[in-house]
Design a protein. Sequence first.
Length: 131
Amino acid sequence: MNLLTDEALEQIGELLSELNRLASDGVPIIVEGKADEKALKVLGISGCFRRISNGNTLLNFVEGLSGMREIIILTDFDKAGDELARFIIKHAKRLGVEPITEFRDRLKPLVRRSVKDVEGLATFLQRERKR
């Protein structure tokens, strides 16, 4: 059963290309864990990744972003990911860091019923592209 239309797959591909361009230009991508980073690398995304699950408290993690001009927030597509994104956005802005949420905001509705986390994105897209 095809879960995505060809148009949706094309939109996802364009989003991932743009994400890779920004990441390659040095904009860090905020992900929840190592598996999320690995999945994005499988999809061809390279650059600087910052993992939330690095042992610090969430507030310490965000404070560690101080001095950056902008960050890409790519937390999971579930409720917990929504809450993490809101927290990071709020506190990053207070530090003068511009959060980019466009990729998460646009990917989430495209994969809504099929993928709940960034970690599952690579496997899902590989399967969909083979159909």
